[in-house]
Design a protein around this ligand. Structure first.
Ligand code: 5CA
Length: 158
């Protein structure tokens, strides 16, 4: 078994710590974007979980949206769900809040707990794939696993 890089290992350990058997895999090809990840894994783009970090504009807190790879977040819709405007986070904020770089941000295993919303469109699939710490690491899970792992509310994001 090939050893995982340190960021991917952190995600694997976070899953293990929760008693979950999911396996982080490092792919030979890039999984930096949802399209890359779908090509690398051989699934539909919609089955890729994008872990998108936003900043709540009043509280300054991070909000993670676990979105289907084929969807775009409507910031106005989400703002009304969370009760304040949201804006896209910059790369530094993402790193500081999650502990991971853009393109590898996982939906769980962050350096601190982050309020999360889960895109309801992910629930139509029997299996989905999420980033696992680096731009070529992913793990397979079910939508129910995602909801449990993140503690996120399942919502319509557009
Ligand atoms: N590994 C893949 C699939 S699991 C992945 O992480 N996809 S992603 O969509 O969650 O992450 C890439 C996202 O990061 C892009 O959709 C985009 O919203 C965001 N992003 C890319 N570049 C920047 C940037 N410079 N600043 C802020 N956000 C960015």
């Amino acid at each position: 078994m090939v050893e995982l890089s340190s960021s991917a290992r952190k995600v694997q350990e976070a899953l293990q710590a929760r008693g979950l058997a999911m396996q982080v895999v490092e792919m030979p090809a890039s999984t930096r974007t949802a399209i890359d990840a779908a090509n690398a894994v051989g699934c539909q783009v919609g089955q890729i979980v994008k872990s998108l970090v936003f900043k709540k504009q009043q509280s300054g807190k991070a909000l993670l949206i676990a979105a289907s790879g084929s969807n775009r977040v409507n910031e106005a819709v989400v703002a009304s769900l969370v009760g304040e405007p949201i804006g896209k986070a910059d790369a530094d904020f993402v790193r500081q809040q999650t502990g991971y770089v853009i393109g590898g941000v996982p939906p769980t295993g962050h350096i601190q707990a982050i309020e999360t919303l889960v895109d309801q469109d992910l629930l139509q699939y029997s299996e989905i794939w999420a980033a696992a710490g680096t731009p070529n690491a992913v793990f397979r899970l079910t939508p129910i696993d995602l909801v449990q792992l993140t503690g996120g509310n399942v919502v319509k994001i557009y």
